[in-house]
Design a protein around this ligand. Structure first.
Ligand code: GTP
Ligand code: MG
Length: 363
């Protein structure tokens, strides 16, 4: 092997420098970008909370992993850091219980449920002699997990024969059509053959919007023209789905205010007609609630429940300013199971509701 002289060494050095320098530059610029991202307001909020001690765990849950919790943004992080700060002190006293009640109410948990939770917590603290706020927080977590864990958040089973029919209802703009698109993709990925029913014949552009979602999810759709009778469209959808051998039918409906009686009566008729087209249907009535609506969502849920027999709730927009507590209010005050949560506008932004993960993030 020939000996390497000083000239060859110098050339080798220059080549190495030429290769390494751009790599170092790329690394430095990526690092700087990462630091800039950390300084965005939402991240700061959670980090500030983490620095206060007790909340480190919350911040970690909210920021790490590819979980649904990453998507609960501003409102949710604010709620969890407010609650975490409360438990950051060193005494369990009346002030703490009062502050906790206020924090739960402002997190949209609802007055009745907040009072009930805090009263129960007072009794537990007394009977177990709890003097540590951290231990009290664990009691609250356990109690919430038991309360929310009582609900069956799985979709009702498909019938032994014929299509599995899901009717999707709710007020205007709550996220019904978007959630149908997301659900269609989930079912399709599970190997099911899916058909959408364009039951919103009222709003201009609604049918076209559902067509776009059908295309995105790669599923079938049955639609009539604007202004057609919604119940007839869904009747035809079910007949067609049965004939074509589809496993799942997702029925869209027009958004309507729960206070508009004739529109709610029409929804009652839609539900009955769906049952005529396919005995036992709808097997699931999903009420789509906008998570940022807070307590208003509760009065919507009550009326829709009376008219259509809601079997589950899809709580959307939890990636926005929703404060999270509305999940507890819907389940505790109305006895309705939150089955899915919407965490963005994209087709993959829907997740089955997981009570334990939710409580861990909130507290
Ligand atoms: N950020 C966010 N936006 C959502 C979510 N779900 C729906 N949206 C948005 O909410 C808006 C209304 O959604 P739609 O699906 O059209 O609501 P809808 O209930 O079908 O509305 P109508 O048919 O008019 O009653 C759209 O801009 C959606 O992108 C969600 O989980 N997160
Ligand atoms: Mg719609």
């Amino acid at each position: 092997m020939p000996a390497i002289g000083p000239i060859e060494l110098a050339i080798l050095g220059i080549i190495l420098l030429a290769v390494l320098a751009p790599l170092v530059l790329i690394f430095v610029s990526r690092r700087r970008k990462a630091l800039e991202v950390q300084d965005e307001p939402d991240a700061i909020e959670v980090r500030d909370a983490a620095e206060s001690g007790e909340t480190a765990e919350v911040a970690e849950v909210a920021l790490s992993g590819p979980s649904v919790l990453d998507r609960f943004r501003a409102g949710f992080a604010r709620t969890s850091s407010a609650l975490a700060n409360l438990f950051g002190g060193d005494t369990v006293d009346d002030d703490l219980f009062e502050a906790l009640e206020e924090a739960l109410i402002s997190a949209d948990v609802g007055v009745k449920t907040s009072m009930k939770l805090v009263e129960e917590l007072r009794q537990t603290a007394r009977s177990k002699g709890i003097e540590e706020p951290g231990a009290l927080r664990e009691e609250l977590k356990a109690s919430l997990k038991v309360r929310l864990g009582r609900f069956d958040t799985a979709l009702n089973p498909a019938p032994p024969e014929g299509p599995h029919v899901l009717l999707v209802v709710g007020v205007n703009g709550s996220g019904k059509t978007t959630s149908i698109g997301k659900l269609a993709k989930r079912f399709k990925e599970d190997g099911k053959s899916v058909c959408l029913g364009a039951g919103d014949t009222f709003r201009a552009g609604a049918i076209e919007q559902l067509r776009v979602w059908a295309q995105r999810a790669g599923v079938d759709i049955v639609a009539h023209q604007d202004g057609a009778d919604s119940a007839s469209v869904l009747f035809d959808t079910l007949k067609a789905a049965d004939a074509r051998g589809h496993d799942v039918v997702l029925c869209d409906t027009a958004g309507r205010l729960q206070s508009k009686k004739p529109l709610m009566e029409e929804l009652g008729k839609v539900t009955r007609v769906v049952g005529k087209a396919c005995p036992g249907a709808p097997h699931e009535v999903l009420l789509v609630l906008d998570g940022t609506m807070g307590q208003n969502a509760l009065s919507q849920a009550k009326t829709f429940g009376e008219v259509t027999g809601v079997t589950g709730v899809v709580l959307t927009k939890l990636d926005g300013t929703a404060k999270g507590g509305v999940v507890v209010a819907v389940m505790e005050e109305l006895g309705m199971a939150v089955k899915f949560v919407g965490i963005g506008e994209g087709i993959d932004d829907l997740r089955p509701f997981d009570a334990d993960a939710f409580v861990d993030a909130l507290l």
